[in-house]
Structure formats: C-alpha cells, structure tokens
Design a binder for this molecule. Structure first.
Ligand SMILES: Nc1nc2c(ncn2[C@@H]2O[C@H](COP(=O)(O)OP(=O)(O)OP(=O)(O)O)[C@@H](O)[C@H]2O)c(=O)[nH]1
Ligand SMILES: [Mg+2]
Length: 324
C-alpha cells in the first residue's frame, strides 16, 4: 500500500489519532497550496518527463521545503522512477511524499514529549526571536503538562521587553500556576536563578523559563544564554534539560536562518513551529529538520491553549497532502 492510502486508512478512524483532525484543520492553507498544485500537475501530465520533475521541484521550494532538500529529494525520486520504471504522475507524487517521509525519519530521533528528570525539577529554557510565539507556546505547554498532573512554574526571564512579564502573569493566573518575575530590566540570569531556587523548594516538576528574543548581536545573545544556563545548573543538576527554539512558520526561509543562528549560539534539544495555521507553506518543518537535525517537538496550530500538538510526521503529511 502506498503512503497516501496508508495515511487515509490510518486516520479514517478518528479515535486512533484525535490529533490528526487538528492537523488537518490547522494545515488547511498549506494543503490547499501543496496538494492542489500536485494534483493539477499530475492531471496536466499523466506521464512524467524532465519538465515534470522541474515543476515538482518548484512546488517544493514554493512550499518552503528549502532549496537543498528539494533538490536532493527530486534527484532521489527521479532515480527511483528510472530504477522502478514508474512514469505515472500520480505514482510519482506518491513516491515524492514517501521520500519526504523517509528523509525526515532518517535524520535521527523522533522525540516529542518533554523528558522528565527522575529527581528534582525539569527545566525547559525557551528561546527565539521577537514575536514568534514564545510566551503563548509556554502557556500552551504549561497547560498540557498541568493536565498531565505535573506541578508547573513559569519564570519571566524576559526582563527586556515592556509588558513581557505582565503577559506571562496573565497566563499564570489563567492556568492557576506559579510564576517568578523580576524587576524591569533586571538581569535575566538573576530571575532565572530565583525561579529554579523556588522550584526546588516548592518541589516543582516543570520549570519553564521565558527569555527575550534578541538576535541583533550574536555574541551578546550567546553570553546571555550561557549565563542563564550556568545559573540554572547551579540549582538543578544538568539544567536546563531541555532548550526549545520557537520558530514562526509564517516567516518562511527567514525562520530557517534564525534556526541556524540559534543553533550556533546554544545547544537545542527541540524546535517548536508556531502559527502553522497561518501559513500556506508548511514545508518549513522539513527544511528545519534537514538543516538542523533537531527534532520538531510540537507545533502550534492556533492561538488557543489546546492548539499545541506534539509533532507527528504521519499526521503532518496527512494534513499536508490528503484531500478530504
Ligand atoms: N494563529 C496562531 N497564532 C499564534 C500561534 N502561536 C502564537 N500566536 C500568536 O502570535 C503572537 C505573538 O505571540 P507571543 O507568544 O507574544 O510571542 P513572543 O515570542 O513571546 O513575543 P515577544 O515576547 O514579543 O518576543 C500572539 O498574537 C499569539 O497569539 C499559533 O500557533 N497560531
Ligand atoms: Mg514573549
């Protein structure tokens, strides 16, 4: 059975994966772009030729899959098509999706949920440039893990942007969870320290540290993040156990550039892609994975607290490719 038929049958029973429906809804714009283009291309050609592969590569690039990955995947599909003597355009499209899937899987581990520390708090540091959805994602994660019975504490180490801590405070109140804040323009590392200190005393399970996203000066950012990390590990061994980079899907290839820049200044354990519902170019997930190798842990499919889903490649491809 081909991958598309597999995905269709897998998700025909909603109970098997309730998230698949959210992916399908949240990725409607991307699907309309990607899937419609594939369908109309295969209708136009029926049998593939050199031009067909060029058009296919264009569709991938237009969906933000990235030039490098697009090129590689098309080469691979072309090769397989020759070897296996597949010239039917629908079959080639299916082969393309399978190749994208395989490429994602081959890149390494498929971790999603936060890995909890056996003893003591687990610390998650959240980084990313301005406005990508850091604070919202933190609230969504806090909501998720609170519902799983974890004691969660938020730490407002973004002391730079006016109103940042008030925004986090609103979420903490709404979720009825603890929060540590500092004075405006306080040293972010000192707020981070107060946060983990309180977390140890209060026997918190998960500490989520919000940071200001400043990428104007790489050296400063590197120093600031290094200092925060040092301070966190003073109170909790191996903290932060998780560092998530937040990327806004609507920023396209710019997001990929940000991801590379952050990966250069600090070690990341995961990426969260937000605003997938707001883009028609959902291929960015594949590009980020290709460039960084870091697993995409969660994706944001809307503004509400429950709109954060753990990343699942099957549901993602279902959302991207499978027409209703
Ligand atoms: N549609 C949609 N909107 C989102 C998503 N995630 C975040 N947003 C919106 O993006 C905007 C910015 O989100 P914030 O969480 O404030 O972003 P931030 O990175 O903390 O911003 P700064 O603190 O200013 O750096 C808000 O209006 C959010 O509601 C998502 O998955 N989908
Ligand atoms: Mg923020």
């Amino acid at each position: 059975m081909g991958l598309i038929s597999f995905l269709k049958s897998k998700f025909s029973k909603k109970t098997e994966n309730p998230d698949a429906e959210s992916y399908s809804k949240g990725m409607e714009k991307s699907r309309q772009n990607f899937s419609n283009k594939l369908t109309s291309l295969s209708k136009k050609y029926k049998k593939v030729n050199q031009e067909y592969f060029e058009k296919l590569e264009e569709i991938l690039i237009e969906s933000d899959v990235g030039v490098n990955l697009s090129f590689r995947v098309i080469e691979e599909v072309l090769e397989k098509s020759k070897q296996q003597k597949i010239f039917d355009s629908d079959a080639i499209n299916e082969l393309l999706i399978e190749t994208l899937f395989k490429d994602y899987m081959d890149k390494g581990e498929q971790l999603t949920e936060i890995q909890f520390n056996d003893k003591g708090p687990t610390v998650l540091l959240v980084v990313g440039v301005n406005g990508v959805g850091k604070t919202t994602t933190i609230a969504k994660l806090a909501y998720r893990y609170k519902n799983q019975g974890k004691k969660v504490l938020l730490v407002a180490a973004d002391t730079f942007r006016a109103g940042a801590k008030e925004q986090l405070q609103i979420w903490a109140d709404r979720l009825d969870i603890g929060i540590v804040t500092g004075a405006d323009n306080a040293d972010p590392a000192s707020v981070a320290y107060d946060g983990v200190h309180k977390a140890v005393i209060d026997k918190v399970d998960l500490v989520i540290v919000d940071t200001a996203g400043r990428l104007q000066n790489k050296q400063n950012l590197m120093n600031e993040l290094a200092k925060i990390k040092r301070v966190l590990s003073k109170e909790v061994e191996n903290a932060p156990q998780e560092t998530f980079l937040i990327i806004d899907a609507t920023t396209g290839q710019n997001g990929v550039i940000q991801a590379k820049a952050f990966a250069e200044v600090t070690s990341l354990t995961g990426v969260v892609i937000t605003k997938m519902d707001g883009t028609s170019k959902g291929g960015i997930i594949l590009a980020i994975r290709d460039e960084l190798g870091t697993p995409v842990r969660f994706i944001g499919l809307g503004e509400k607290m429950e709109d954060l889903k753990e990343f699942d490649i099957d549901s993602y491809l279902y959302g991207l490719c499978v027409e209703k």
